[in-house]
Design a binder for this molecule. Structure first.
Ligand SMILES: [Zn+2]
Length: 216
């Protein structure tokens, strides 16, 4: 299974992909997480990328394609993977097709989580992430067992800069203009499934599994 999980910022992609990765034993490829890790390790690419991410802007196609290409070439991405946060532009989608072609591989499913804008703004404000392991939580939808503390590793939870209001608005605008056209790009291929994101976490998850059963 080679899955692309799409949806606007705040659609719950992060939590859904965590569960999919665990249940289906997939290799998780999250560009956001890769950039953050590179930044924690003080790699120039990561430091540069975070300047854009923190403002709610897109990292350049060039840098993003490069980090994904390197990741896809690792052995654990050969059999199955779940891409989250990539591609973000039609150019990146085309680059991804080229990479997969070269690797004699292809996507098996593109899952698009559909949500409404106002709901997204409310969701983003409640999002919290673990400083140590990167696990994501939500104050209303997926609260940690102990307030402010990660269930998995006990790390401190915080609100990412790019989850703050101005940044969220900026990300939504960019999504509409740059990322949404990707859905049309994949539409003719028979592997795209829309999932209603305006349901509980587990209902969305069940719908994603159903959609994967249809195409994968
Ligand atoms: Zn943690």
């Amino acid at each position: 299974m080679k899955i692309l999980l799409m949806g606007p910022p705040g659609a719950g992609k992060g939590s859904q992909s965590e569960k999919l990765v665990r249940d289906f034993d997939l290799t998780s490829i999250s560009t956001g997480e890769m950039f953050r890790e590179a930044n924690r390790n003080n790699e120039p690419l990561g430091v540069e990328a975070m300047k854009f991410i923190n403002k709610g802007e897109l990292v350049s196609d060039e840098i993003t394609n490069e980090i994904v290409r390197k990741r896809l070439l690792k052995p654990d991405a050969e059999r199955c993977f779940l891409l989250d946060g990539y591609p973000r532009t039609v150019e990146q989608a085309k680059a991804l097709d080229e990479m997969l072609d070269e690797m004699k591989s292809k996507l098996t499913a593109v899952i698009n989580i559909v949500v409404d804008k106002q709901a997204i703004l409310e969701r983003m404000v409640g999002r919290r992430v673990c400083k140590s392991c990167g696990s994501s939580y939500h104050l209303s939808f997926k609260p940690p067992k102990v307030n402010g503390q990660c269930d998995r590793c006990g790390g401190e939870l915080y609100q990412r800069e790019d989850d703050q209001l101005e940044s969220v608005k900026n990300r939504l605008e960019i999504y509409e203009s740059k990322t949404k056209p990707i859905i049309d790009y994949y539409a003719g291929r028979g592997i795209l499934r829309n999932v209603n994101g305006m349901q509980s976490f587990s209902e969305v998850y069940e719908d994603i599994k159903k959609a994967l059963g249809e195409v994968a």
